[in-house]
Design a protein. Sequence first.
Length: 447
Amino acid sequence: MKRSTSKSSRQSPRETLSLTIAELSPGGDGVAIHEAAGERRAVFVPGVALGEEIRAEVDFSSRPARGRLLEVVSQSPDRTAPPCAEVERCGGCDWMHVTPEAQLRAHASIVKSILPPAFAQAEVKSHPATRTLGYRTRTRVHVDAKRGKVVVGMYGRRSHDPVPVDTCVVLDPVLDEARRALAGWLDGAKGYGEAQLSLGHPHPAQGARRAVLELRWTGQLPPDVFARLERAVAGGPLAGARIFDGNVTIPATIGDPTPWIDGADGAPLRLAPGGFSQATEEGNTRLARRAAELSFELSPNPEGAVLELYAGAGNLTVLLAKERKVVAVESDRSSCEAARANLEARGLSARVVDADASTNAIPAPTKLVVIDPPRTGAKDVAKALATRPVGAVVYVSCDPPTLGRDLAILAEGGYELRAIETFEMFPQTSHVETVAALVHPLKSKVR
Ligand SMILES: C[S@@+](CC[C@H](N)C(=O)[O-])C[C@H]1O[C@@H](n2cnc3c(N)ncnc32)[C@H](O)[C@@H]1O
């Protein structure tokens, strides 16, 4: 690894330094190692690419030290012109300046870096994205309505103020149209809120797709806002809206606010309003099919019971239930309802349980456990699986650091890693989806 050079050996709280970017971190920042006064300090700098020589203003008062890019002295071949004009202001995508190929490599290298020593020799396989722009099936934007002006946007790069942008290039064009219209619909509102936009129509065959809106508002929403939303549902880009005005628990509903995506099996998949959905349809199809394929490969007995934890609206369940007896656990009640509806629409059966996966016991006949937790990971589940092993575990993760923590627990419990694969579900950002497939040699027939 190439070392950074310092213009000064003294570490005052803020210094201008020449640095070399040695790696990209899971949070997206570049990392340089700075050695001065006998101490090695990691310096995290946003907006850089691997191998770049830069000048940065570095703040040593925090650990790790934080740098602000002043100049790229020697540019990395991984750097590209950002495909978005708003990248300097908007904080939505942190790797717009990195080529898609380099994003893929960096994600694989991040995932490799979090593997516990027992799995350190594993080869990380990467699945590229077919669409790196216009792919997002949902977005959350912040809204501020003050002094007669409504501002809608992502948080800015260095602030918690929404930054209005003309076009969001990663968003599905249907959602981008609705995002652009939002400030007009909210004209006259006072206060602040969050709006989630998702895809609404079940399938292109049933007509043009439209967006659904979930708005959570603190302040005042005048009747005109509701009238405009009704018009947008009657003939505009919205299929439906749910509005939580103040602390109400039952929202005002206009039209059909149910989000849908194309499921990984090619049929429409109903989602819970305001609930979770994977960020891209194509990426999800690749990810979910591969997770199911690995599940069946590592747990080949068709009679083997499957426990699926963090099941959401049944995105993976509908693939697993085609071939296995599945119990699916999910804590969000409306996601459970959507999962049951998705299974029924396909003539499939599985037991969908509305419960906390982290405290859910693993039933004795379970042969395979499939988990897809939120960013915080599944530490308690990993501990339970280590204490009472099952034949195979397929772990779908959106956060490499918590995946690394949980894989270390599974390694300690005697599991072997059979596959670790990354999926470009969030192109232009440092986020990555990973599937890890493990077997327990004492419990598995797959050797
Ligand atoms: C990353 S999503 C995965 C959903 C689904 N597998 C999919 O592919 O769309 C995580 C899901 O876990 C659910 N969840 C979060 N904490 C939970 C818990 N403690 N117990 C059960 N489900 C939980 C969330 O509601 C969300 O639906």
